[in-house]
Write a protein that binds this ligand. Structure first.
Ligand SMILES: Nc1nc2c(ncn2[C@@H]2O[C@H](COP(=O)(O)OP(=O)(O)OP(=O)(O)O)[C@@H](O)[C@H]2O)c(=O)[nH]1
Length: 367
């Protein structure tokens, strides 16, 4: 998942880390030279002390692992000191070159332009700006800057989906929107399975009265999972189907109504008007936008447009298992202001992961 983007982010961090190390080394040497010229008398004492240290080093010249890691630790401590004194840890011009590369990497991974800009300015601020002392002072400076910046854009609006359902009056009505074939129906079945596993009963409702075969498709999932499906014949009013499902849930103490809607193109005015009607008549507790991660930039644009037609509360990104880019996963929350709640990771009913921004960032940065 997201392997292409992960590689690109890895190249960025290692390239910049190299420059940071070089800069830090130069600063350390400058400091040492300044100290030598500023304190000639104590310099004599230091010269006395130096051979002892050298002798100790000479006693144990073998570069075993302990020595190597001690050396690393010392390097990091020095870097931390440089950070604390407020000295620049990277030349801003050098950083700009790297940021240009990062921008290209993000855009070629389908990250939305504004989101890429946000990530870049976050990284820059963390590395050269006033806030850099907030960063860990013990290494991985660049990775931490990138981590913080990515986390900020993908964690927008996060909430605990199940907690919200538990806290709401029952039945909780959730409507799923999105274009054709992205995995909406499968996602409804997966979510039903997940909620039932947590002790929340569900009923399925087929508000896709537009497409021939839609009832049969959802019925198949209902049969597999032993759930009730409420449906009407093709061509009837989808709002009426959802309404019936709510009545069923009330009569049977069912916790959650999961309502499918016709897959529609966001450019189809009729179907978008139908969606607005469901929103108005049913006033669902949540509207979840479903799209496929592999659609990249298109998924981001659609999320924005569906949100405008029937305000969404969150998104599910399917087929993340087949997406090397990760652009939609990174962009949707920031663009819509609504969180990604789940990732679809395969065709099985269990292939649904809660979208945990920290975990996603760790995955991208290979922590
Ligand atoms: N690899 C993978 N395939 C998925 C995932 N989610 C759904 N699919 C597959 O995507 C295809 C389309 O899924 P559907 O659930 O039928 O899509 P839909 O949006 O309901 O489609 P319509 O009802 O035609 O609008 C099916 O073959 C699913 O098995 C996922 O997370 N990963």
């Amino acid at each position: 998942m997201f392997d292409g983007l992960k590689d690109k982010l890895g190249s960025f961090t290692s390239d910049v880390e190299e420059d940071v190390d070089d800069e830090a080394q130069e600063a350390i040497e400058e400091d040492a030279a300044e100290a030598d010229s500023a304190a000639p008398e104590s310099g004599a004492q230091q010269t006395d002390a130096a051979p002892t240290e050298d002798a100790a080093t000479a006693d144990a010249p073998a570069a075993d692992t302990d020595d190597a890691s001690e050396e690393d630790d010392r390097g990091l401590t020095e870097k931390a000191k440089i950070l604390a004194t407020g000295k620049s840890i990277i030349d801003e011009e050098d950083l700009q070159d790297h940021l240009d590369d990062l921008e290209l990497a993000l855009l070629s991974s389908d990250v939305e332009m504004g989101v890429a800009g946000e990530i870049l300015s976050g990284v820059e601020e963390n590395l050269v700006g006033e806030t850099r002392r907030r960063l860990s002072s013990t290494g991985n400076l660049v990775r931490d800057a990138l981590r913080e910046s990515l986390y900020d854009v993908i964690s927008v609006g996060q909430f605990d989906f199940e907690q919200r359902i538990r806290a709401a009056d029952k039945p909780v009505v959730i409507i799923f929107t999105g274009v054709n074939g992205v995995g909406k129906t499968t996602t409804i079945a997966k979510l039903s399975e997940r909620l039932e596993g947590q002790g929340l009963s569900t009923v399925l409702a087929n508000g896709d009265t537009y497409r021939a075969g839609a009832n049969e498709q959802l019925q198949k999932h209902a049969d597999n999972l032993d759930r009730t499906l409420i449906s009407h014949e093709q061509g009837s009013d989808p709002a009426a189907v959802i309404y019936d499902a709510v009545e069923y849930a009330e009569a049977n103490d069912t916790d959650v109504v999961l309502g499918d809607t016709a897959g529609r193109l966001h450019t189809s005015d009729d179907l978008m008007a139908q969606l607005e009607k469901i929103d108005r008549v049913i006033d669902p507790d949540m509207t979840i936008f479903v799209d496929e991660a592999v659609a990249g930039q298109d998924a981001v644009n659609r999320a924005r447009e569906f949100d405008e037609a029937a305000e969404i509360d969150g998104a599910v990104l399917t087929k993340a298992d087949a997406d090397p880019q990760g652009g939609a996963a990174i962009s949707i929350a920031h663009v819509t202001g609504k969180p990604i709640l789940f990732l679809g990771t395969g065709q099985g009913y269990d292939d649904l992961e809660r979208f945990d921004p920290e975990e996603v960032v760790d995955r991208l940065l290979d922590a």
